[in-house]
Design a protein around this ligand. Sequence first.
Ligand code: BTN
Length: 254
Amino acid sequence: AVQLDAVVMGSRIVCLEQTASTNGDAFRLAEQGAAEGTVVLADTQSGGKGRMGRVWSSPPGVNLYCSIILRPAIMPYEAPQLTFLSAVAVARSIERISAIVPEIKWPNDVLIKGQKVAGLLNEMSAETDAVNFVILGIGVNLNMTAGQFPDDLRHPATSILLESGRPVGRAGFCAIMLNELDRLYADFRTHGFGPVREEWQRRCNAHGRELSVSDGGSEVVRGMFAGIDGSGALLVSGADGAISKILSGDVRVL
Ligand code: BTN
């Protein structure tokens, strides 16, 4: 059995049968002063939040819906670094329980064979020059089967069960992920963003590849993947060697 041996993550664990959104719950707890490492888990969410105001489908019994309160001493513009941290933690955890090597897609999707298996949504409360707290929202499709995906998905999605053929224990996966996140966060606090960035870049689906970034359907940049910067921007090096910083857009690996 897997043991939770984290120092920070899981300092307090709130398990709910049902809620609107674990991110919303964690945000409220953080406002009330909840400690760093507080984790909110739910079996199902009636209003699971995705990026760009989208809905995160959250059927009961099959997946992981998890939100974690962090109180890092960083500037607001550095907060995206923590999404990269959670993407790496999820990728490592999938690798450990299934031997599948997932890929990460900028800005923050975790994919197996090009299909989305996890989504990350950070929310933060900050002053101009300091972060009060960050909520790391993590949704992982563990045991969802074909009929349980919504019909209106923008991108193809999958689950670890569908890819590995083996059901994944939710508590065990959660413990592995919190342990990984704990190690990454400790490293982040002593060494900064460098090591996480390196691992994220190595795991990125565009690593060493040419890519095309489009916005609203039309291409804005085409070039070689050149990594990410400390504010979460994607760096693309053009044919003339100039580096473009991409803040938002859809990335396609060519
Ligand atoms: C995305 O890819 O659009 C991000 C999805 C994030 C989903 C998780 S599930 C747990 C947490 N609570 C929420 O309401 N959203 C995040």
